[in-house]
Design a protein. Sequence first.
Length: 591
Amino acid sequence: MDFFDLLTMIGGLALFLYGMNVLGDGLSRLSGSRMERLLEKLTSKKIMAVLLGAAVTAVIQSSSATTVMVVGFVNSGIMKLSQSIGIIMGANIGTTITSWILSLAGIEGSNFFVKLLKPSSFSPIIAIVGVAFMLFSKNNKRREIGTIFAGFAILMFGMETMSGAVKGLAEVEGFTGILTRFSNPVLGVLAGTLLTAAIQSSSASVGILQALCMSGVVTYSAAIPVIMGQNIGTCITAVMSGIGAEKNARRASLVHLYFNLIGTILFMVVFYGLNIFVNFTFLNDIASPVGIAVIHSLFNIGATILLYPFSNFIERLAVLSVRDKGTQDNEDTEKNSELARLDDRFLGNPSFAFEVCSSVAQNMAGRVLESVRLSGQLVRGYNKKIYSDIIAIEEEIDKYEDVLGTYLVKLSSKTLSAQDSTTLSIILHTLSDFERISDHAADIAHSVKKMKSKELHFTKKMVSELEVFSDSVYDIVDMSVRIFETGDTNAAREVEPLEQVIDNINKEVKKRQIKRLRKGKNTIESGFIMTDISTAYERIADHCSNIAVCVMQVNENGFETHEYLGKIKGGDNPEFARTYNVYLDKYSLDK
């Protein structure tokens, strides 16, 4: 093996790792957040959790990604520690599918159909189809499929390149000497652990081992300990993910480590103990890619079957490793904040991270609507409890804007589908509008409290006007929240007519207030407070207009905000005029 063979092998390895990364990302984006939502919901039974963990990992092609996701679920309180164990066990089974796909590289035979199964035969076709989808298709799903095909083709091309380059290693004494040392179970396990920890993917390290088998000098005595070590090394990703997390998340990462560690130790003790008496002759045989896949699968399936009945013991072991520090552990109440769901671990799966963001943002919008509803109640009559609730919501929304905004900025740098990118842009642009609406609801609450403290009172007519005003404002906020949740651009066009009606109500209320003041029907102080409340309502409507326009602007290519608003203000929009008149009649101050 000369320098150029070494260069070819390194290049093949680079393509192999890149192809695996592209394939995994493509599969993750194509599945969207459906797989992860299943992980959230269908984990009440441990056997179901095992099957689900296996299925999800088989789809997204990464046990590390599944386990990190589970650590994030536990950290944010979505999932209990006991629920996570089955998924982690299942993830180890699901990851074996990759080794079976890669084992196709070792197929030999002269039959046409056998040759057709070799990656070198079908990978070019898959590559052509994938690149064609990526370059010429406008359908987002087909483009994602194209990415998956291209990633698979690159992966297999890298595998073939590595396999071809390592064939010359059979003549290198140093290489065969190293493999002989790997026959020592301890050294083999250590080598597999370090390799997998370095590249943070057991699937990739198994693929590298399968490629090395093509050299014809890797025996099962060298391969088996390396495979065992690979199962331990893959835990490094989850363990690193648990650093800085709350205690149950750290325990979940340790569950993954203990499961693989205990399984490996048991296998090594039993297998090599039996070898002393039985003397397994196949250990001296040359390993094949299919043989590697068989051993990898048998170990992970066998370890799961063996340790499944002792899952509670593994859980207790993790709890003992991460002890409570003088506080009562309560998994149900430890993490109940909605914002706790915005876990940075989910950023490794952008489609699911976006799903969480969208859910949290909708919850934020719902809380803003609640504050507006409560402010309308407060205007009708001061209530200390309602006042406290409004102020509490305002403080809550401030936290939402800060935490959610920061998380969205991080997420915006990730690769998302076109639809998710559009929605993310809407959320980012409207966060401040929702926050300001809650601020104005709090301003109204403060104004009503001021009236109460100064023992001032609105006249019946003033209360009647404020009731109409608050109803119209609640209507526009409710409409804006629904538009924000659905992205309905047709509904968004109904916001501006109502906003104009609210502007008119605000002007009319202020005019009537001046008239009442001149006639001595109310005091200056109550008049100022009435003006403050009506101004706050008018500004809430302005922010609702911003939200509706943003939804239209982002969802409709070519939508011109200035042109749209110009037509409205110029009266050149019959649909606007019709809707405006409907709202004008509905929210008349003289009814």
